[in-house]
Design a protein around this ligand. Structure first.
Ligand code: NAD
Length: 361
């Protein structure tokens, strides 16, 4: 029976990379019925809404989606559609593997890390108070009364909630993921030395959950700034990393840098019985419509999706085909080559064609 999957092309480079990934996924032979829905700027033009309810309904019905990136203009009226989807569907885990592929330009080899980022709270909860508003001034006054500390009256305020509930479920997910994927170690990243009641709580819960897995998966903890330095110096000391939302976001880009850039970094947002697969990269608007950017991050997000759908053979075959195309380096996008005039550079769709050809060979 065909899997029913919601397809959200996104905007900017989204439609190009999503189309390339869709073709590669179909070439594995796995039967999929796509339910294509618009979100982002195309949806705004067509319906007047950035995130029409039909998008959320489709994901809820199909339980799985493949999503292209969507633009979030900085400082303008609306919050990120990407964050809104995660929050509306309680996709509380973000899984972002960072794996080296031979043939990719990078200062590192043999990286194989997985970031498990808490997706539902922390400074990304969207609880913010704008500078100058009456309610912001009232809030500042209240906080000063409670904390006996001074906040400048011309401040904006963002709230960082970290709960026992969300910390427990994300750390448990990280350990279960480690067990299922034969990983040796989970490291929790935090700044509990400074933020005792938020990161401190995350760490305390982490230590408690880790006890349940003692003897099966090693547990370590690291202060997040030190973790950044160590990831750059000794990345092989890490395996699965579990992090609160903001640090998880920042470190997944750092880890994408270790493996050669955003063009090859896939991701998944997972909740209870629901999952949305998307690349780590954004919609890179300046490359829109040029058939230029790298489709691999989106194709590898498709690999994660096939794995999630229990189509393990197809997932392995597709990842293998991508690996071969990258290693051969004969039909790859511009970002794989140092010389922009290299005759082996092809466009987004042509690289996807090369992957499809490998699958069929
Ligand atoms: P970006 O990831 O879109 O692009 C940054 C740079 O990375 C690009 O200029 C390009 O040089 C490179 N890059 C990205 N994807 C690539 C690919 N597939 N192949 C080759 N090179 C690639 O980041 P940004 O410019 O900070 O963000 C652009 C927009 O995307 C913003 O509005 C942002 O909010 C949004 N965004 C969306 C998501 C999402 O949909 N999940 C994620 C991140 C950013």
């Amino acid at each position: 029976m065909a899997h029913k999957i919601t397809l959200i092309p996104g905007d900017g480079i989204g439609p190009e990379v999503t189309f390339a990934a869709k073709r590669c996924i179909e070439a594995t032979g796995v039967k999929i019925e796509w339910d294509e829905v618009l979100a982002g700027s195309d949806a705004l033009k067509a319906t007047g809404e950035l995130l029409p309810q039909g998008v959320l309904d489709s994901i809820k019905k199909n339980r799985v989606a493949l999503k292209g990136p969507i633009i979030t203009p900085i400082g303008e009226g609306f919050r990120s559609v990407n964050v809104a989807i995660r929050q509306a569907l309680d996709l509380y885990v973000c899984v972002r593997p960072a794996k080296s592929y031979p043939g990719v330009k990078s200062n590192y080899k043999d990286i194989d890390l997985v970031i498990i980022r808490e997706n539902s709270e922390d400074l990304y909860a969207g609880i913010e108070f704008e500078e100058g508003l009456t309610q912001t001034k009232e809030l500042i006054k209240k906080i000063e009364d409670y904390s006996k500390k001074r906040i400048r009256s011309d401040s904006g305020i963002s709230i960082k909630p970290i709960s026992k509930f969300a910390s427990t479920r994300i750390v448990k997910f990280a350990f279960e993921y480690a067990m299922e994927h034969n990983r040796r170690k989970v490291t929790i990243g935090h700044k509990a030395n400074i933020m005792k009641f938020t990161d401190g709580l995350f760490l305390k819960i982490g230590r408690e959950v880790a006890k349940e897995y003692s003897g099966r998966v090693t547990f370590e903890e690291a202060i997040v700034d030190n973790m950044c330095m160590q990831l750059v110096q000794k990345p092989r000391n890490y395996d699965v990393l579990v992090l609160p939302n903001l640090y998880g976001d920042i470190l997944s880009d750092l880890c994408a840098g270790l493996i050669g850039g955003l063009g090859i970094a896939p991701g998944a947002n997972i909740g209870d019985g629901l999952a949305v697969f998307e690349a780590v990269h954004g919609s890179a608007p300046k490359y829109k419509g040029l058939n230029k950017v790298n489709p691999v991050a989106m194709i590898l997000s498709g690999v994660l999706m096939l794995d999630y759908l229990n189509e393990k053979k197809a997932a392995l075959a597709l990842e293998g085909a991508v690996k071969e195309v990258i290693l051969e380096g004969k039909k790859v996008t511009y970002d794989f080559k140092s010389n922009p005039n290299d005759s082996n550079i092809v466009g987004t769709q042509e690289m996807a064609d090369a992957v499809i050809k490998k699958l069929k060979d």
